[in-house]
Write a protein that binds this ligand. Structure first.
Ligand SMILES: *Cc1c(COP(=O)(O)O)cnc(C)c1O
Length: 397
């Protein structure tokens, strides 16, 4: 009774002394990750890692990559208008490739910034000495991360800075769990000559169907959040205009130049060694998504998950940072109750099988996050409320 699974003390031993319910377990017996990626994966996705050894110079890999490139746009509600580029690296690698491959020499990037990930896009541009302009929401310091970007502010920035070549917006700001109005922003950007790029890394398949409406020139995603794959592969979905633009931009990086990947892809090739097994798992995760009803069904699932866990938060008296109308389905930022610190609460909840996530940056002292990405059972989410209740009581003793 005292064995541990993936570092979690099991019940039995703990339950006697600390009144802990039987710890929750993921489908494959590990911790239930309530983190904004990497997220829990199903047994089926995990077993895809064992499809076997394969080198990327063989037709088997070309077929796998072709399949992924066909399935990825579909998985987020875009069709053949967008071509996928697979990048081996976490989501930030896709962010970096997209920015440095699309802003022409002497032109500028406009970043719509209302969180840590918007700030990261700015940091990427600066690291390459790309001129960057910024739009932030109006309001006090706290409002910056809880208010969506306004379309008017985008219009003003586009008028003020004729050098803007690309407009970049974080679709779902994972910092607070906030959705930006990308469809309306896209319409505004289309009035200019600039390309529109969305970091949809925490929004692919799991949030509202805005991508199908916005049809950004470049959409960025990753395999380990709403798509339920493993970390290690991220991707760009690119319009024809974006592809033309990549060919015009002088390469700023050897490894992360989009044009290099596209040229190789045209010959059924990849420029560098990809994470082959992670691609197998992503392929399986995309099939799982399709068989479960596609991205619309996934969005509905996430909406239902959000409603379920938030009902529990309300009963526990935990208040949610972001206004209801701006909230994402998958990430909830919650106030720490008076006198309760993050670390002991995290540790108590972990004893009960769940891993929560700290607030980011200035939110870290007063807030924590619960994210419902990944292969999590409905029962695990139902049992979160009693587990959190026990954990709050345990740290409050
Ligand atoms: C997770 C995430 C990223 C990428 O982070 P990595 O740690 O590189 O995977 C980028 N943007 C957003 C909005 C994210 O949620």
């Amino acid at each position: 009774m005292s064995e541990t699974i993936e570092g979690t003390p099991r019940a039995g031993v703990l339950a006697k002394s600390e009144n802990i319910s039987w710890p929750a377990q993921s489908e494959t017996g590990g911790l239930v990750l309530l983190t904004p990626g990497p997220a829990c994966t199903s047994a089926r996705v995990k077993s895809a890692l064992l499809r076997g050894d394969m080198t990327h110079r063989e037709p088997e890999f070309s077929n796998l990559a072709d399949g992924l490139r066909r399935k990825l746009p579909k998985s987020v509600g875009l069709n053949e208008t967008h071509q996928a580029i697979l990048v081996t690296g976490s989501g930030t690698a896709a962010d970096e490739m997209a920015i440095i491959s699309s802003v022409r020499e002497g032109r500028a990037l406009l970043v719509l910034n209302n969180g840590v990930y918007g700030a990261r896009l700015i940091a990427i541009a600066r690291a390459y000495r790309i001129v960057v302009h910024e739009v932030v929401p109006v309001g006090n310091a706290m409002d910056l991360w809880t208010t969506p970007i306004s379309v008017e502010s985008v219009r003003t920035a586009l008028n003020e800075h004729p050098d803007i070549d690309v407009v970049a917006c974080v679709h779902h700001e994972t910092t607070a769990g906030l959705i930006n109005p990308i469809a309306e922003i896209a319409e505004e950007v289309r009035r200019s000559d600039a390309l529109f790029m969305t970091d949809s890394i925490s929004a692919t398949a799991n949030e509202a169907p805005d991508l199908a409406l916005a049809r950004p020139d470049i959409v960025l995603g990753t395999s380990n959040k709403g798509l339920h794959g493993f970390p290690g592969i991220s991707f760009l979905l690119c319009s024809e205009r974006a592809i033309e633009r990549f060919a015009e931009v002088r390469p700023r990086s050897l490894y992360l130049s989009a044009a290099t990947y596209l040229n190789a892809q045209r010959n059924g090739d990849v420029p560098f060694t990809p994470a082959v097994q992670i691609c197998y798992a992503l392929d399986e995760a995309l099939d799982e998504l399709e068989e479960a009803g596609g991205y619309f069904a996934r969005m509905e699932l996430y909406r239902a998950r959000g409603a379920l866990v938030r009902g529990g938060f309300e009963r526990l008296g935990l208040s949610i940072l972001v206004n209801e109308q701006y909230r994402s389905a998958s990430v909830t930022t919650l106030s720490l109750p008076q006198g309760i610190e993050y670390s002991p609460l995290h540790d108590e909840l972990k004893k009960r099988g769940y891993v929560m996530y700290a607030g980011q940056g200035k939110l870290s002292l007063r807030y924590f996050r619960i994210c419902t990405f990944g292969a999590i059972s409905w029962q695990n989410l139902e049992q979160l409320e009693p587990a959190l209740r026990e954990s709050l009581a345990a740290v409050n003793r």
